[in-house]
Design a binder for this molecule. Sequence first.
Ligand SMILES: C[S@@+](CC[C@H](N)C(=O)[O-])C[C@H]1O[C@@H](n2cnc3c(N)ncnc32)[C@H](O)[C@@H]1O
Length: 268
Amino acid sequence: MLYFVGLGLFDEKDVSVKGLEVIKNADKVYVEFYTSRLMGADKEKMENLYGREIHVLDRQEVEQDPWWLEEAKDIDIAFLTGGDTMVSTTHVDIRLRAMEMGIETRLIHGSSIVSAICGLTGLQNYRFGKAATIPHPYTSTRGNTIISETPYDTILHNRQMGLHTAVFLDIDMNKGYMTVNQGIELLLKIDEKRGENLIKGSIAVGIANAGSEKPIVKADFAENLESYDFGSPLHIVAIPADLHFVEAESLVKLADAPESILEEGEEN
Ligand SMILES: C[S@@+](CC[C@H](N)C(=O)[O-])C[C@H]1O[C@@H](n2cnc3c(N)ncnc32)[C@H](O)[C@@H]1O
């Protein structure tokens, strides 16, 4: 049996009781830290609470060569992931591979950043469009710095349809965890390159350490968030489209947004 266990948002205590039982009873426990991470816990803290040795898998061992799947034919494997296991990951691929190998699978859900955004900001979940991810810039073979414009286009497309955008920020083993400040800076650069004002002058919301005792949630005009101190990662950005008046009020009260946005809030 292969159990996919979502660990929740911040530390080792965010796992569900059901998830904890599965981890305790599994024959072997694997974790991946590249799609998300519990920033309030390291491997040792997790091993202490779960009472189990945990083996860390890298991206290659999950996406290209999941050699450990073979073990799940004979024993119970728990595969752990931050957040909810199938949200903004490609882990459904492992599930399908396992099923093809005749392995039974089961999901144990965890709390996800996707629902935490709505809870922390008051933005309504049904008003979000396709999510985007901002990757770290990279250097081309000609030595130019390349900034991906895909997340910008996703925000543009969502905005045209009156939908908010959740913007995940890159986790890269070498370049580190992208911050709200870096993400906003990159989006503003694309504004500048295209001679547009999609991001500049628009309200954006930055969130840091959702699930911790003191998550930071700050809404302001995007250019003001570029220098705001969000503290340590993980961070995420939400770019709202037109706001319902309750959403506008929530952003003022929950995320300290400028009160001028109350005038823009719509009734529907
Ligand atoms: C690719 S998504 C994976 C989502 C995860 N499976 C889940 O359900 O929460 C990971 C990204 O979400 C954001 N994120 C995840 N957990 C977070 C947290 N606790 N606080 C702020 N941002 C978070 C970060 O931008 C991170 O790079």
